[in-house]
Design a protein around this ligand. Structure first.
Ligand code: PQ2
Ligand code: NAD
Length: 188
């Protein structure tokens, strides 16, 4: 079955990343666009990972994962090079109501990372349900080139209009027209 697309609110949700290599870095980089409440546990860290953890002032520990580490976390990303540990942490996460992402198998994922574009309040997420992460990446790049950066400003304007005008049919019609015109004009 395909994955249900939802946008998760990360306020007040503590996130644990287990692993300090290249893939852990990619996941960290993406998460940092949405939250800073991230803790890392890894036996070894790449230079890039360690530099980023320090520049973002994140908490981290240099040691092996041990059972119970996920207890206080709402989300765990298991970015280690051991499928056994990914399976173990996934099973353990069920005890603690913690959402799990494992980087080597969708069997151990409650959710997967989509490829995404973020321009201000706009987020576009692309997923292939794990069928082809490479395809998700290239489709994201293709879409990224189509959408103008001015969309952030446009969305600010739309948000202000929505807030200032009274709800109702007139507002709905006006907002719909403006959105339609913006899209029709961006390629001109
Ligand atoms: C989208 C993106 C988001 C992100 O990482 O934030 C992401 N993978 C990205 C890149 C990428 N990953 C891989 C390649 C090599 C080419 C290829 O295999 O296609 C490339 C391309 C590259 O790096 O250039 C290899 C790979 N990936 C997974 C496995 C395990 C497996 O398939 O079992 C293996 C095999 C490892 C091996 O071969 O040993 C698993 C997952 N990767 C996912 C997400 C989830 C499904 C997303 C979906 O399809 O909807 C899922 C299921 C779990 C998860 O990670 O959450 C990010 C692009 C970001 C961007 O640039 O926009
Ligand atoms: N999901 C994806 O997008 C994707 C893409 C490519 C590869 N992968 C997979 O991701 C995995 C990780 O790849 P990588 O390049 O980051 O590997 P890596 O070897 O660079 O990093 C592995 C990390 O896991 C840590 N680790 C291992 N056992 C640990 C333990 N018991 N406790 C704490 N930390 C531990 C290591 O210290 C290291 O920091 C690989 O198995 C690879 O197949 C996933």
């Amino acid at each position: 079955m395909a994955y249900f697309p939802a946008f998760l609110k990360l306020d007040n949700k503590k996130i644990l990343i287990v692993g300090g290599g290249n893939i852990a870095y990619e996941k960290l980089d993406h998460l940092l666009d949405f939250t800073k409440d991230i803790h890392v546990i890894a036996q070894e860290y790449s230079d890039e990972m360690l530099q980023r953890i320090k520049s973002e002032n994140l908490e981290y520990e240099k040691r092996a994962y041990k059972e119970g580490d996920i207890k206080e976390f709402a989300v765990v990303i298991v970015a280690v090079d051991s499928i056994e540990l990914q399976a173990e942490i996934f099973q353990e996460s069920k005890k603690y109501n913690c959402l799990c992402n494992a980087v080597d198998s969708v069997d151990y994922c409650d959710f997967i990372f989509p490829s995404y574009i973020k321009k201000g309040d706009l987020t576009i997420a692309v997923s292939t349900s794990g069928a082809s992460p490479a395809m998700a990446k290239h489709l994201r790049r293709y879409l990224q080139n189509m959408i103008p950066n001015t969309i952030s400003e446009f969305l600010k304007e739309m948000k202000a209009l929505r807030k200032s005008l009274p709800k109702g049919k007139e507002r709905m019609k006006m907002l719909d027209e403006k959105a339609k015109n913006y899209i029709e004009n961006w390629s001109k």
